[in-house]
Design a protein around this ligand. Structure first.
Ligand code: FMN
Length: 331
């Protein structure tokens, strides 16, 4: 069984360009994760597409904790072909700092995922020739924010085990030998997890499962309890929308639930990574107790910038538990 060190990395959605890769190379992130990329270039949704609460706020009689976020960015990205042009430069930057480069892709059908995998690894020979490690592939099966012109959203694949199986089968055909695959899922219900875990294990291509992407279709309010957190359109003349993916502090318990259950149902050689509401050392320690082999940071990184992972490690180093973990990571 491969022994992975514990990792603390950025989550998908934070970095997409060569400049982003260079910034992450200089950060404390264990990996450099870029994307999600889609088959075609996307300009994203228009308007107010991201909001994070900076204070605990009562919404409909419920306290929503500070650090909770909503986003409906809409997968703004240059498209997989344009990425492929820059990929060897990004891989070189990652290699120079000894960090894995992870490319997150998001499609709308098994064929999309297969085609994106094919395009991503077209330059396999070039990578081998330059002795560049092939980027790791992260399959985003949990994206809730890509919408049709009428505002309705695409299906979220990880809620449907048969669709998940179809994507993994399609990707397996196009995957060059030696490339590892990570799968990122939504906060799916408990009863879906055993079946998903079995499908992921049977695919034979996945070594990591990330739990979780955002909670879909959530409408938030700002601290005044009146103004919608989000107000955007999928196209200039489309309807005004307020729903997006909810993440940050409020997602922590969901992430822990999914990580715990995945650990129970996945074979030992597939690791789980916790993603959801990582802000402080205790959030990392709780993920370790749940069985996570690493964590990813989304909202905190997007909101506060790339120093957050370094700052988190400094805070961790002030506790005996954290110091022990950091020493293990360094070793
Ligand atoms: C602004 C923003 C953009 C995101 N974009 C993506 C994306 O492109 N692909 C993806 O897999 N997840 C995306 N996510 C989800 C995060 O990667 C992460 O799964 C989620 O936010 C939970 O982590 P957090 O609680 O630390 O934010 C995005 C999240 C945010 C806040």
């Amino acid at each position: 069984m491969t022994q992975h060190p514990f990792t603390i990395s950025n989550a998908a959605g934070i970095a997409r360009t060569l400049e982003d890769v260079k910034r992450l190379a200089r950060s404390a992130s264990s990996e450099i994760r870029i994307g999600s990329y889609t088959p075609q270039r996307r300009t994203g949704n228009i308007g107010e597409t991201y909001y994070m609460l900076t204070a605990d706020t009562i919404i409909n009689g419920v306290i929503i904790p500070a650090g909770t976020s909503w986003n409906a960015i809409g997968l703004t990205n240059c498209g997989i072909e344009a990425l492929a042009d820059d990929l060897h430069l990004m891989a070189q930057v990652a290699k120079d700092v000894h960090k894995p480069l992870v490319v997150s892709i998001a499609g709308f059908s098994p064929e999309d995922y297969a085609e994106m995998t094919r395009i991503l690894y077209l330059e396999e020979e070039h990578f081998l020739h330059e002795q560049l490690p092939m980027p790791t592939l992260e399959l985003n099966l949990g994206c809730p924010n890509a919408r049709h012109k009428d505002g309705t959203r695409h299906k979220i694949i990880s809620y449907y085990p048969d669709d998940t199986r179809a994507v993994l089968d399609a990707v397996a055909i196009e995957l060059p030998p030696g490339v590892t695959v990570q799968v990122k899922i939504s906060p799916v219900p408990d009863e879906t997890i055993p079946c998903l875990a079995e499908i992921i294990a049977q695919s034979g291509i996945v070594d990591t499962v990330i739990g979780v992407n955002t909670i879909p279709d959530q409408e938030g309010l700002r601290e005044d309890g009146i103004t919608p957190a989000l107000a955007y359109r999928a196209t200039e003349d489309g309807p005004l929308l307020h729903k997006g993916g909810m993440a940050g502090t409020i997602l922590k318990q969901e992430s822990l639930r999914v990580v715990r259950l995945l650990g129970r149902h996945l074979p030992m050689d597939i690791r789980t990574i916790g993603c959801g509401g990582i802000f402080k050392p205790d959030d990392v320690f709780d993920q370790i107790l749940a069985g996570a082999s690493g964590v990813q940071i989304g909202t905190n990184d997007y909101h506060h910038g790339r120093k957050v992972i370094g700052d988190l490690m400094v805070s961790m180093s002030r506790t005996p538990k954290g110091m022990a973990l950091l020493e293990k990571m360094a070793a």
